[in-house]
Write a protein that binds this ligand. Structure first.
Ligand SMILES: NC(=O)c1ccc[n+]([C@@H]2O[C@H](COP(=O)([O-])OP(=O)(O)OC[C@H]3O[C@@H](n4cnc5c(N)ncnc54)[C@H](OP(=O)(O)O)[C@@H]3O)[C@@H](O)[C@H]2O)c1
Length: 306
């Protein structure tokens, strides 16, 4: 039977760090950490995520202000709302919940949101800085997955990791983070031919598609570590991308619910505080240095000629 990589033990440690960091931020004259989430229209998975943020933030005493905009919101209206929040001194972080309705491109958010308030690390500045290994606000979901990996002592160095999903918030930054940890990464998506031929060869399979049951038993080798980032609502139940019943031969598996999800919301809380530090300095240069106890150490790649 696989080891179940639960998020709960990590959550306790993260909550402690968050408490210390809020005190430190306030002592330095920062604003109370406050996150505004924006939901445009209706989406069950996004609403479940927003509810989880609400529960977590209440527990760690960070202000969460959920804002709902009508489905027919125009790109201009969304941009105006973001401009307003960029300037609001009492708001340290802003998260626009995905997916947006089909008529709205996420580019509006990427191009309008201030990088200093971009708690999910999606703006070009944060994404570029992550790519280059510079201090940045990192996407909370892939970072949540890495917190689990670290907690359970999984050394990614040299492992073959297959990531399914290439979105800007989960799959793509996860692939970058895994390469920073010296894994060998294959990034798969809907156009990938013979997905199973990739996943079967993987030491780590990380799936972030939102397709329930996509990853089933004959797609993972015995000994594989399965990181399930997927969250879907099926018959009022939260389920992941993996079909756990058929994966009892793998080495380890994150459950849904109770795996990466609860860690993600705490990483988001942590990012909301880190954004408070960024607001104080006016840049991202010390977003890690100002909160050293918040950071997973970045492992500088060793140049091959060293
Ligand atoms: N754990 C958390 O806290 C958390 C936070 C945020 C999101 N999520 C969940 O993570 C999942 C992914 O979210 P997202 O925002 O990244 O979704 P997304 O923007 O819809 O991206 C989904 C990705 O999966 C790929 N994909 C879809 N079906 C596939 C298939 N049959 N085979 C291979 N690849 C496939 C897509 O490929 P193409 O690029 O080719 O279309 C795309 O790259 C969702 O379930 C979401 O609810 C979880």
């Amino acid at each position: 039977m696989p080891t179940i990589l639960r998020g709960a033990p990590i959550a306790a440690r993260l909550r402690l760090g968050i408490e210390t960091s809020i005190a430190e931020l306030l002592a330095r004259g920062g604003a109370r950490p406050t996150l505004v989430t924006i939901l445009v229209g209706r989406n069950p998975a996004a609403e479940a995520y927003r509810d989880a943020i609400e529960r977590t933030f209440r527990r760690v005493d960070i202000d969460h202000r959920p804002r709902s905009l009508p489905t027919e919101t125009s790109a201009g209206d969304l941009a105006d709302e973001l401009h307003r929040l960029n300037l609001a001194p009492d708001v340290t972080g802003v998260l626009v919940l995905m997916p947006l309705p089909p008529h709205l491109s996420s580019h509006v958010v990427l191009e309008t949101l201030s990088p200093l308030k971009d708690v999910d690390g999606i703006t070009p500045t944060n994404a570029g800085r992550l790519h280059l290994g510079l201090p940045s606000l990192r996407p909370s979901t892939p970072q949540g997955g890495l917190e689990i990996v670290d907690h359970y002592g999984i050394d990614l160095r040299g492992l073959h990791a297959v990531v399914i999903g290439r979105s800007n918030v989960v799959g793509r930054p996860l692939a970058t983070m895994l390469t920073h940890r010296h894994a060998t990464v294959t990034l798969c998506h809907r156009q990938t031919r013979d997905l199973a031929s990739h996943t079967r060869r993987a030491d780590v399979v990380a799936t972030a598609t939102g397709v329930p049951g996509l990853l089933h038993g004959d797609m993972a080798s015995p000994g594989a570590i399965v990181l399930d980032f997927g969250i879907s609502v099926v018959a009022d139940r939260l389920v992941g991308d993996a079909d756990p019943a058929s994966l009892d031969h793998v080495a380890a598996l994150t459950p849904v619910p109770g795996g990466i999800g609860p860690v993600t919301t705490l990483v988001l809380a942590r990012n909301t505080i880190a954004a408070g530090f960024a607001a104080l300095s006016g840049n991202l240069d010390h977003v890690d240095l100002a909160t050293p106890h918040l950071e997973v150490p970045y492992d500088e790649p060793t140049p091959s000629h060293a």
